[in-house]
Write a protein that binds this ligand. Structure first.
Ligand code: 5AD
Ligand code: SF4
Length: 494
């Protein structure tokens, strides 16, 4: 039986030819997913057992995550599969198997990966049994894969964003052959459900509700590396959340590149607001967050659903990108400065306590001082609780990369510094508005600096540090917010 046919890898841009043959010892692998992957998990587990006998201990693995919440969730899935294979989790320095889940949204994310690979190379020279895998968004760029194939021959396995569910199969392919295994797909319409995940926190979890993006903002590489928008079916999402709740999860973060357009490609149309109402009905879930919203698709129905909800957190991350309507048009964002500000007003009118955060890019091609002043104007008017500010990074293949009037570095740096100062000044004041109030806080961990304190999160996403111990972790407790220290609070449990 031919297990690896062209048919099964319709868009394999870089497939190791070996993957198209039967893998040794896996001739009876099921063709159905996820059964097929569970089969290969078992095969890898047998390998891990042999490793343990040979080395006197289980193989240790470490998933290094770069990038956004979507990537973080993917890393939890990889860790869950490794756990079932019998790998022990370890620090990167001790790992027999290092997997880097990469990001490519800005150039410096890529540079970090190459830097880390240099370190791993030296380590692998000392420990030749070490395995190194690369996956995630950066691997969807043909140029990157070519470079690794040529200059980083010590890498064992490369796969992309669309076939991450096939991790076990690909690892088995590497373990049962020799040489680098490379499998990258250009796109997929497939969503494979019911694979394991190893959550970083027992009480909260990300939940993918959709994959990919159709927006094609002119600066952004994401649609090219994450493919077209695909929504998971509500039933699958709800089943996952019910299982998470049964497993002790009280907070879920619904994840998608543009959650406001959730459901548009489903057989029966379900809006994001409707999905939120269904998630709200799941017993045991106390808090619901979501990420990320595109202003162009933010509906009145969603605002009302949030306002009526006891569980949806009072936080909206609403990327602005630029305050200049002229640039927003070139960025292909489909809203103007005025429409963005009207949305902010609408949200605040219905939910005065809502926290608004945003992303802003400085130095988009052709940005003038006037354009930049428009951005500062929106920052002053919207009064964000926090803003992630980015220096424009030219991403090969995007329309903006080909634009001629790239802004000189020193001008960008100067604007960036001015923007940051403004954002921070405003955020300090905006964040302090809850001082003196008592608010519910979900306790997340022991404070990293002072073990007598715990750190928790408010509904509006701000952090609070207050005296407490490990028994509070995962619980929602009332905390008096005694003092705002810029971007976090100090408090006392009530
Ligand atoms: N340069 C700088 N920032 C970018 N972002 C996306 N693409 C780029 C780019 N080419 C930012 C946007 C987005 C966030 C996740 O990353 O602000 O909202
Ligand atoms: Fe980075 Fe975007 Fe990929 Fe997230 S989806 S890891 S931000 S490139």
């Amino acid at each position: 039986m031919e297990n690896y046919t062209d048919d099964m890898m319709p868009d394999a841009a870089y497939s190791d030819p070996d993957l198209k043959r039967n893998l040794p010892g896996a001739e009876d692998a099921p063709l159905q997913e996820p059964d097929r992957q569970y089969y290969f998990i078992e095969k890898c587990r047998q390998w891990a057992e042999r490793f343990a006998v040979e080395h006197g201990q289980c193989p240790r693995s470490c998933v290094v995550n770069y990038g956004c919440q979507m990537n973080a969730r993917d890393s939890e899935k990889l860790a869950g599969i490794l756990d079932q294979m019998g790998f022990e989790k370890s620090a990167e320095e001790e790992a027999d198997f290092v997997i880097m889940n990469t990001c490519t949204v800005r150039e410096n994310a890529n540079l970090k990966v190459y830097g880390r690979l240099g370190v791993l190379k030296a380590r692998k020279q000392k420990n030749p049994h070490m395995l190194i895998a690369l996956c995630g968004c950066m691997m969807q760029e043909p140029k990157v894969v070519e470079k690794i194939k040529k200059s980083y021959r010590f890498v064992d396995l490369i796969f992309g964003t669309h076939n991450i569910y096939r991790f076990a199969e690909l690892l088995y392919a590497r373990l049962s052959g020799d040489g680098m295994v490379v499998d990258i797909w250009k796109d997929t319409d497939k969503i494979v459900e019911n694979l394991p995940a190893d959550r970083k926190y027992f009480f909260k979890s990300g939940v993918n509700i959709m994959f990919g993006c159709n927006n094609f903002c002119s600066y952004c590489i994401v649609p090219y590396v994450r493919g077209r928008e695909r929504s998971r079916r509500p039933l699958e999402i709800l089943r996952e959340i019910e299982n998470l709740a049964a497993d002790g999860v009280v907070e879920v973060m619904l994840l998608g590149q543009n959650v406001n357009s959730y459901g548009k490609n489903l057989d029966t149309l379900v809006s994001f607001a409707e999905l939120l109402r269904q998630v709200e009905a799941v017993p045991g879930i106390s808090r619901i967050r979501f990420m990320t919203s595109h202003p162009k698709d933010l509906s009145d129905e969603l605002i009302q659903t949030m306002a009526n909800s006891e569980k949806i957190c009072r936080h909206m991350h609403l990327p602005l990108q630029s305050g200049s309507s002229r640039l927003l048009k070139i960025m292909n964002r489909h809203y103007t400065k005025e429409q963005y500000l009207a949305l902010v007003d609408k949200l605040r009118a219905v939910m005065p306590d809502i926290s608004l955060t945003t992303d802003i890019i400085v130095g988009f091609p052709g940005e003038t001082e006037e354009d930049f002043q428009e951005t500062l104007d929106v920052v002053r008017k919207a009064r964000f609780d926090s803003a992630f500010t980015f220096i424009y990074s030219r991403r090969t293949g995007t329309p903006a990369a080909a634009m001629e009037d790239q802004v000189p570095e020193d001008v960008v740096k100067d604007r960036f510094d001015r923007l940051l100062a403004e954002v921070q000044e405003i955020a300090k004041k905006t964040c302090a508005r809850l001082e003196g109030q008592t608010q519910p806080v979900l306790v997340e961990e022991i404070n990293a600096q002072d073990a007598r304190l715990v750190t928790g999160r408010l509904s509006n996403n701000l952090l609070v540090h207050f005296p407490g111990d490990a028994s509070l972790i995962g619980k929602i407790v009332d905390v008096e917010l005694t003092q705002c220290r810029g971007f976090y609070y100090l408090g006392n449990q009530r």
